[in-house]
Design a protein around this ligand. Structure first.
Ligand code: C2E
Length: 351
């Protein structure tokens, strides 16, 4: 959550902003789910920000505002805030653990020093101890001081064990938060943010190793028509189906992501154009081979098809230009009648 929205929500404008959020959602025909509410808070709190612009674009284009859309927007524009909050919480727990370990260590130091002092005293008393009774007193004192130090050491050990477990739990939790922030909630593929990071890393690695790198973009054909006919819930299932086929083909080092509404992207490090074309063809055929059913009514939804385009990285090329060429190949697939795979190299040759 941005600082300004966070501040507004605790200030004199808090309730009027919240009411405006509800009114605006109702006017736009958007359900007041907690996630939509959060998105709208940010939108109205910062209408000119990137989230505000994207929501306005979706509304102006009359695109449906589905749960998948909300998930996408949240993954794209809200995770940083969530992550920051989780990291702040983790910081607090870590702080607490560290100070309690520090306390236990300083207590152990003090008791070790006191024990050393007791030993010194006993040593000098031993020199002057005249009879058995005096010796008995010194030994009893030493034994009680030793037991005390042992007990305190045990307490310190337990404290360190507990803190080690707590820090390990925290590390696992943060790892999960990091994974969530990089994952598209509907399809479980990487989200756009994660994909952009992977692409930058893969481009760099490909140049260092002088290996080929291919980027593919995949789009579901006539998805809007499908959504309008069968409803958004079924549309979401189609997204999950296509994602599951793409995901199965994307074993490491390949990377697959949901890049936009019904658009997916894949990175193929170290593969030849022929290998990439074969993999994309296999995905295209597998998706088209299945006739889907609408779960609520068992209606036959028919087959879903995808169009794809791919481009091989040129020297010193990465990010947006590579994506533009893959996109151009995808649109060539669409223009040629959909349900096909086109290589950017074929377009270059045709030109
Ligand atoms: P899901 O519903 O969570 O299903 C996950 C996986 O469970 C499926 O992966 C499939 O392996 C298995 N499964 C679920 N329901 C059935 C079933 O009725 N028969 C059989 N033989 N297996 C089933 P898969 O196939 O890769 O699908 C991934 C996702 O794609 C599904 O997640 C669902 O969201 C969507 N999907 C796939 N086929 C259909 C369909 O015919 N209709 C609808 N509405 N959605 C589908």
């Amino acid at each position: 959550m941005t600082a300004s929205v966070e501040t507004t929500l605790r200030g004199p404008e808090a309730y009027s902003l919240s009411r405006r959020v509800i009114d605006e959602m109702e006017a736009s025909g958007v359900w007041p789910t907690p996630l939509n509410f959060e998105l709208w808070l940010h939108y109205l709190g910062d209408p000119e920000g990137p989230l505000g612009r994207e929501i306005r674009r979706i509304l102006a284009a009359d695109e449906p505002f589905t749960e998948a859309t909300a998930d996408m927007l949240a993954a794209e524009y809200l995770p940083r805030g969530r992550l920051t909050e989780e990291i702040r919480d983790a910081g607090r727990v870590l702080d607490r653990e560290l100070s309690s370990v520090a306390d236990a260590i300083s207590k152990a130091h003090r008791s070790q020093a006191a024990y050393g002092h007791t030993l010194d005293k006993a040593a000098s008393s031993l020199d002057t101890a005249g009879d058995g009774e005096a010796l008995q007193t010194i030994v009893t004192g030493l034994s009680s001081a030793t037991r005390k130090v042992q007990r305190e050491n045990e307490t310190l050990e337990k404290k360190l064990d507990a803190s080690t477990r707590e820090v390990a739990r925290l590390r696992e939790h943060l790892e999960q938060v990091r994974r969530d922030a990089m994952t598209d909630a509907l399809t479980n593929l990487a989200n756009r943010k994660a994909f952009d990071e992977h692409l930058a890393a893969c481009c760099e690695a490909a140049e260092t190793k002088s290996e080929p790198l291919t980027l593919a973009v995949i789009d579901i054909d006539h998805f809007k028509r499908f959504n309008d006919t069968w409803g958004h819930q079924t549309g979401d299932q189609v997204l999950r189906y296509v994602a599951s086929v793409i995901g199965r083909s994307a074993r490491a080092p390949r990377v697959a992501a949901r890049y936009g509404g019904e658009e997916f992207a894949m990175i193929f490090p170290g593969e030849t154009p022929a290998q990439v074309a074969t993999a994309l063809e296999a995905i295209r055929k597998e998706i088209a081979s299945r006739s889907l059913r609408r779960r609520s009514t068992n209606d036959d939804l028919g087959a879903v098809t995808i169009s794809a385009g791919f481009a091989v990285q040129k020297p010193d090329e990465c990010g947006s230009t590579l994506l533009e060429r893959a996109d151009a190949a995808l649109y060539a697939s669409k223009r040629a009648g959909r349900n096909r795979v086109t290589s950017a190299a074929d377009l270059d040759q045709a030109a």
